[in-house]
Design a protein around this ligand. Sequence first.
Ligand code: HEC
Length: 219
Amino acid sequence: MKKIAVILFLAMGIIISGCSDVKREQGSIYMPDMAYSRAFETYAARDSTLFTTDLSHTDDKIFYNNMPVAGTMARGEEMPFPLTKDAAGDTTNYVASKLVQNPLPLLNETQMKEAERLYLINCGICHGPKLNGNGPLYKGGDGPYPAKPAQFVGDAKYEQMPEGQMYYSIMYGKNLMGSYASQLNRDQRWMVIHYIKAKQAEAKGGTTPAKDSSATVKK
Ligand code: HEC
């Protein structure tokens, strides 16, 4: 009986002392990869203690620079746009972009629906669901957005704008319009351009050129 009392007393002592001094730090970590995630989270700040963008690094950090491996391309992707962004004040590549052709064949009805969806999500708020340059963000100048968006339907300048040049501006931005390169992949950018061109043709009374059901678009 006395023995049990002593054991109980000791056990209580251990439990109480265990509770009193709360340890918030782990002791030794056997599997650091499990304790600290090395996964790279989209939009998360890069943790410079884990990642490096310097390929020649000698420490045990992980090399990661957000870029695909040089010379590779994601499956189903279009070829990269051949022109780089002009330096400020230069328009050489912007002018040259007029010659770049849309690599996608004309869209079939399903693809056109998808292109419309992408347009309405990403562009309609400024350029207008009717492509008249008067989306809810601009509202004829009363909206919060200060610059007049391009009027795709009803303005000859944009009706004649070559598809490659539209792509250049979507990819790199134009004045107050930011780049949409991170919102739309290459296929989607060219699809939206097909959509704009089809709507322009429609408004001119022509039939939509985009009814070729044999066309295929990846993804
Ligand atoms: C936040 C508002 C806004 C959004 C969203 C927006 N744009 Fe624009 N866009 C503008 C403005 C403003 C201009 C006029 C820029 C200028 O010429 O100063 C413009 C111009 C353009 C032009 C003409 C560029 C040129 O070279 O003159 C194209 C093409 C274009 N936008 C396509 C798009 C597409 C496609 C989307 C959707 C992926 C989109 N924009 C989304 C505001 C917007």
